[in-house]
Design a binder for this molecule. Structure first.
Ligand code: ATP
Ligand code: MG
Length: 152
């Protein structure tokens, strides 16, 4: 992980990176093109991207913060149920910008114009993930991408 590339002090104020995942339900339904168009139209730049199939252990590590929650087992099984597409997104305020574009965790509560409103099936199969803080974005990016894969 080239820490210097993710050092926000090296970029204009508020330039950030965030980790995005198009979850198995999105890949299964062939929605990645439409979702990536929404991401790019919102001004988020894709600086790394790949299709991977997480193992159950990798999914557990990724969502370790939720290990004590009742939905943890189902969440990890779902995330390991098929391939996912993972991206590093860059823009001013990328973390909050992408969270806004994703919409609420439960698609039933998400606003018009958001990815989850357009494509989310349920609170379990809600189509996309986005980091919830700059700090967690750094951890998630380091977990899923090597330094050679980042064009930051
Ligand atoms: P994500 O981390 O996947 O981007 P999020 O940040 O909107 O989603 P989190 O609170 O981090 O929401 O929860 C992680 C995932 O766990 C959610 O995407 C959802 O699928 C599932 N989840 C969260 N809360 C619940 C709940 N109350 N019941 C069932 N599943 C839940
Ligand atoms: Mg989350």
């Amino acid at each position: 992980m080239p820490v210097y590339k993710l050092d926000n002090t090296k970029y204009p104020k508020n330039m950030e990176y965030t980790l995005s995942i198009i979850k198995p339900d999105g890949i299964r339904r062939n929605l990645s093109g439409k979702i990536l168009a929404m991401i790019q139209d919102a001004g988020l730049e894709i600086v790394a991207q790949k299709l991977i199939h997480l193992t159950r252990a990798q999914a557990e590590k990724f969502y370790a913060v939720h290990a004590e929650r009742p939905f943890f087992n189902d969440l990890c099984s779902f995330m390991a149920s098929g391939p996912v597409s993972v991206q590093v997104l860059k823009s001013n305020n990328a973390v909050s910008k992408y969270r806004e574009l994703m919409g609420a965790t439960n698609p039933k509560e998400s606003s018009e114009g958001t990815i989850r409103k357009a494509y989310g099936l349920s609170i379990d199969e809600n189509t996309v993930h986005g980091s919830d803080s700059v700090e967690n974005a750094k951890i998630e990016i380091a977990l899923l991408f090597s330094s050679l894969e980042l064009f930051a």
